[in-house]
Design a protein around this ligand. Structure first.
Ligand SMILES: C[S@@+](CC[C@H](N)C(=O)[O-])C[C@H]1O[C@@H](n2cnc3c(N)ncnc32)[C@H](O)[C@@H]1O
Length: 233
């Protein structure tokens, strides 16, 4: 890996809660259990199967990693947080998977060994990086994929104009829960806006294009949450 003195420390941007073993222990309850079936079906529809290799970037506790390991040949779970990685290693060992690899690394530091992967999945992690770094991360993702490889990206991404921010964000926050153990509260949402880097759809899509991706599908929920399927040119 080339050391560049101007590179950010990804751990400093990773969200302090993600580095906290107590938070990680409660993460699945807080986050709920979003069904990875749709993401897996999208990858399968693009030809991935039992011999395919998938990278799960910012894998967290591995809700996608383990489901993908049941369906695809090999999954590499990459996360910059030692606490998240420890939890996922334990869960993987308990479940007896032999086709999951691990890397304690970030979007900006993970170098995929061996042949390029067939797909990258990343959910709810890219917003940890400011936009300049997001663009570099997307380029690195493209570099880790074979031509025709798939990027499946889910994140808090804003599909509105700046003039609509107050109205859309208030609508979003009105759906917050009150129990922080059971979901995301108004304070969590406010923290996200203040300290993390969700970007606008109309900024992200040119970044994807500049990194060598064609967007083949984009779906938004409530103008605040996007799911993208992209093909590397
Ligand atoms: C909200 S969690 C999402 C975890 C998982 N993808 C999911 O959907 O449940 C965000 C994850 O991103 C990881 N993360 C934060 N910054 C990162 C970076 N620069 N590179 C890789 N992972 C990062 C955190 O450690 C955490 O596990």
């Amino acid at each position: 890996m080339t050391i560049r003195p101007w590179k950010i420390d990804e751990l400093a941007y990773a969200g302090p809660e993600h580095l906290d073993a107590a938070f990680v222990a409660g993460y699945d309850r807080k986050q709920g259990h979003p069904d990875p079936a749709e993401d897996i079906a999208v990858l399968a529809a693009h030809g991935l199967g039992p011999t395919s290799t998938v990278i799960d970037l910012a894998a967290g506790t591995g809700q996608f990693t383990l489901a993908a390991a049941r369906r695809f040949g090999h999954v590499t779970a990459v996360d910059v947080s030692p606490a998240m990685q420890d939890a996922l290693r334990k869960r993987t060992a308990d479940a007896g998977f032999a086709n999951v690899g691990f890397a304690l690394a970030g979007f900006l530091s993970y170098d995929h060994p061996g042949p390029p992967a067939d797909a990258v999945h990343t959910r709810n992690g890219l917003h940890q990086l400011p936009d300049f770094w997001k663009a570099l991360a997307l380029q690195r993702i493209a570099d880790s994929l074979r031509p025709g490889g798939i990027l499946r990206l889910r994140d808090l991404i804003f599909d509105f104009q700046p003039s609509e921010a107050d109205a859309v964000l208030e609508r979003w926050m009105s759906g917050a829960v009150t129990d922080p153990a059971a979901g995301y509260t108004r304070d969590d949402f406010a923290d996200h806006l203040r300290t993390e880097f969700s970007t606008f759809r109309w900024l992200l899509e040119p970044m994807l294009d500049a990194s060598g991706f064609d967007i083949v599908d984009a779906e938004f929920v409530g103008s605040v949450y996007g799911a993208y399927t992209c093909v590397k040119r």
